[in-house]
Ligand binder design. Structure first.
Ligand code: 5GP
Length: 191
């Protein structure tokens, strides 16, 4: 793969604020685009096809996987998620920086297969207590799902050591400044 732009792989436990931070990044830093993943998960209220995800059936997902259409994929909370290869490769070739917001399993696949030119960033909540409060406030998950997400978050944190940067999202403005600084500095880094 000819990597001209940088691939920013961003992972975070659900509720750590990565969606807002990444939206800000795309809006405010020119030359950065975000990949939209393909998923078999049900659409949540307010989510838009092609903006939040491309929602497909398990059969369609399997076919695309077989056709090597994903640069990585993972099963998260009983659903499949994959990053479309075409979008990522064409944008990197156009010298754009591409942001992937994916789970740790997917990040580890990218690390193994195309580490060069990739920057791995982990966004953390200030504490698990904060994380639970944010998930409760979001009102998209049941208590059982919140507990499941918190357990998953603890497990995901064990992968922190494989990431280049950690950003603690206590104050959104500060976290955004840090994220932007990482992106801009990474553009100057020699690989
Ligand atoms: P959610 O269903 O809450 O939107 O996402 C659940 C988890 O799946 C999050 O950690 C999110 O980052 C991750 N995820 C979303 N898209 C992808 C993808 O294409 N690949 C991988 N590996 N994980 C993804």
């Amino acid at each position: 793969m000819n990597k001209n732009g940088r691939l920013f792989v961003i992972s975070a436990p659900s509720g750590a604020g990565k969606t807002t931070l990444c939206e800000q990044l795309i809006k405010r830093v020119p030359g950065v685009v975000q990949s939209v993943s393909v998923t078999t998960r049900e659409k949540r209220p307010g989510e838009k096809e092609g903006k939040d995800y491309f929602f497909v059936s398990a059969g369609v997902f399997k076919n695309r996987l077989k056709n090597n259409e994903f640069i990585e994929y993972a099963k998260v909370f009983d659903n499949y998620y994959g990053t479309p290869r075409k979008f990522v490769e064409s944008n990197l070739n156009k010298n754009k920086d591409v942001v992937l917001t994916i789970d740790v399993q997917g990040a580890m696949q990218i690390r193994k297969n195309l580490k060069k030119g990739c920057v791995f960033i982990f966004i953390l909540p200030p504490s698990f207590k904060h994380l639970r409060a944010r998930l409760q406030k979001r009102k998209t998950d049941s208590n059982m799902q919140i507990n499941q997400r918190l357990r998953a978050a603890k497990k995901e944190l064990t992968f922190l050591k494989y990431y280049d940067y950690e950003v603690i999202n206590d104050d959104m403005k500060t976290a955004f400044k840090q994220l932007m600084a990482i992106v801009i500095a990474s553009r100057c880094k020699r690989y």
